[in-house]
Design a protein around this ligand. Structure first.
Ligand code: KG4
Ligand code: ZN
Length: 341
């Protein structure tokens, strides 16, 4: 008998994602994005995102079904992001998922978006070993997770202030780059000198009051970049954008990879999964590849389209939850904008 067909719905931010997964196989991943509608505001406007999800939901579900060559009747279970995320957008995804679950008389599974960013890797690189560490880095989160049996998650650390992508976007704004600044800084950094400016690495000194050994902090680094740039401007000197970008990106990648690899060693884990939109970052990818190779750690980073928000991550996690026979969610499943792991 073939594995259950799971339809996954993701609407936590500005991407409407609908995907179909059977076992570890991705049948289709349909995404509609409202990112362009937010660009002129320099950040996501929740009301605009909610309206866009509402308009895109039914066409995206239809597109996913047609592309996969299945009908709604073939769907065995419905998975949806229950949080964390923007409450309006989450509510629209949950309403669609509940309507499908009720209409089709199929179980509903509310799942955690952050865990989905890691588990989507199973669709690309195959089933997880019994225990993996996952670094989930995006505009909304920077978390280090230990994952046992694909679905049991322990948070080993997270950011105490800005997420990695958020710090890039804020530094992008202060350098006068368009929103979101992350990819622009990455592009500039490629031609800059990462050793030109020694920016601080947050939360690395023993006196730092982190909750966990692998907590991160990027707001001090962001302030250090702002001060450095202001000092140059006050002195009437040009700001070497490429060097600032490269040195800033190096500081972020250094902290993320050093702490993550130390955690792998501490936990005795030999597989690291990196997910979330920020895993597109070149310096993070390069440093993680080098340092994992040196430490004998297998590094799994899915292709970028599965690192940014999408339905495949939710369908993958839903499929794992269904496979393990976990209990479905109630049909009045609440959404939780700050859902814990
Ligand atoms: O996962 P994602 O698409 O949305 C969130 O859930 O946040 O992540 C987007 C974040 C943004 O902050 C964006 O600037 C950042 O990831 N980002 C990058 C790069 N590509 C995307 N930051 C640095 N370098 C990149 N190449
Ligand atoms: Zn995300």
């Amino acid at each position: 008998m073939s594995a259950p067909l799971v339809l996954g719905i993701e609407t936590s931010c500005d991407e409407t994602g609908v995907a179909l997964v059977r076992g570890h196989e991705l049948l289709v991943d349909a995404v509609a994005s409202s990112v362009d509608e937010h660009a002129r505001f320099g950040g996501i406007i929740p009301e605009i995102a909610s309206r866009a999800h509402l308009e895109a939901m039914v066409p995206t579900i239809e597109r996913a079904l047609t592309t996969a060559g299945v009908t709604l009747g073939d769907v065995d279970a419905v998975a949806v992001t229950a949080g964390p995320g923007l409450v309006g957008p989450l509510t629209i995804g949950a309403a669609a998922a509940k309507a499908l679950a009720i209409g089709l008389d199929r179980p509903l599974y509310g799942v955690n978006h952050v865990i989905g960013h890691a588990v989507v890797d199973e669709l690309v690189d195959g089933p997880f070993p019994e225990r993996v560490l996952a670094l989930v880095v995006s505009g909304g989160h920077s978390s280090l997770l230990r994952i046992d049996g694909t679905v049991h998650v322990t948070e080993l650390g997270s950011t105490l202030d800005d997420a990695a992508g958020e710090a890039f976007d804020k530094v992008g704004r202060l350098l006068g780059l368009p929103y979101p600044g992350g990819p622009h800084i990455d592009r500039l950094a490629r031609t800059g000198d990462p050793d030109a400016i020694r920016f601080p690495r947050g939360l690395t000194a023993p006196k730092d009051q982190a909750k966990h050994a692998t907590d991160f902090s990027f707001s001090g680094l962001k302030t250090a970049v702002a001060r450095w740039v202001e000092a140059r401007q006050d002195a009437g000197e040009p700001v070497p954008l490429e060097d600032v970008a490269a040195s800033f990106a190096a500081a972020v990648a250094d902290v993320l990879t050093a702490k993550t690899i130390a955690a792998c060693r501490r936990e005795g884990v030999s597989t690291l999964v990196v997910g979330g939109g920020f895993s597109a970052n070149s310096q993070l990818r390069e440093m993680a590849a080098e340092r994992c190779a040196a430490a004998g750690i297998e590094l799994r980073i899915p292709p970028i389209r599965y690192c940014t928000d999408n339905g495949a991550m939710i369908a993958a996690l839903g499929s794992a939850v269904v496979r393990r026979g976990m209990r479905p969610s109630p049909l009045d499943l609440p959404v939780d904008s700050s859902m814990p792991l």
